[in-house]
Ligand binder design. Sequence first.
Ligand code: SF4
Length: 314
Amino acid sequence: MKYKYLFGPVPSRRLGVSLGVDTIPYKTCTLDCVYCECGRTSNLTAERKEYINVDLIITELKNYLSENPAPDFITFSGSGEPTLNNKIGRIIDFVKNNYPNTKIAVLTNGTLLSLEEVRKTLSKADVVLPSLDAAIQTDFQKINRPSSDIKLNTYIDGLIKFRKEYNGEIWLEIFFAKDINDNKENILALRDAINMIKPDKIQLNTLDRPAADKGITPLSKDELTQIMKTLESENIEIISKFKSRKEIRSFRKDVEDMIIETIKRRPCTLRDLSNILGLHINEINKYLDVLEKEGKIETTIQDRGVFIRLRKSL
Ligand code: SF4
């Protein structure tokens, strides 16, 4: 059966194998991050509403879970901000009431945690993975390009409040792009914010492949290590890429072959591949990580976005 709102099981870098749930339409987000793998945000908004009817999502979950073993994690993520769907809590309740052994993770940019109802809803999750890339206004604008309704101090305040109210795990992700948010002033401000947020884990990340915006470059491992030292926090790590197919339990050779066959004919964006192959962007990404690591693909930036193609030498 083909699902519209579920994807995977996806081997997430941070959670192992999990079933993904998408609660919002493509690129509906409170932010428009320069590094977003899904390209520019087409609907930049802070308005919460039932963007996708949650009954449809629950029906898909019921079908999936009746035909497959329950995954370790059900993860709310996707190609935008999942908490923008104001009925997300009904899906969490459905899972908790019917599959008490399945854990729930929410990948969120955290901007809506300033709202009490969002904090309340997410407090039912087992792990919440918010992000915070900047703690000074200029860098926040530059890297996250927020909706005008999102204010940096309210955003950080929401994260601090959530920590106080929530007993589960908070894993804070910080994404760095060279010459955008890797300056000392921002890193020190982030250090202060982290001291107040008190996440259980801090995960530093940088770009895997070129972003939708030209001129965005990743940090080296040494640069990230230096930042890690400056942040002076315990439980801090650098997120690493998948190492091999073997580490991906659900890796499917036929999907890898289909990707190669498709880009052999013509270079494609992530979105093109998702449309052509009928797979979620997060799903495609795991194969691209492996192909990239093996030197089989390369990326070029063109007007329509980042194109993936086979390495010329192959
Ligand atoms: S918050 Fe996530 S989905 Fe939204 S623009 Fe940033 S990276 Fe993309």
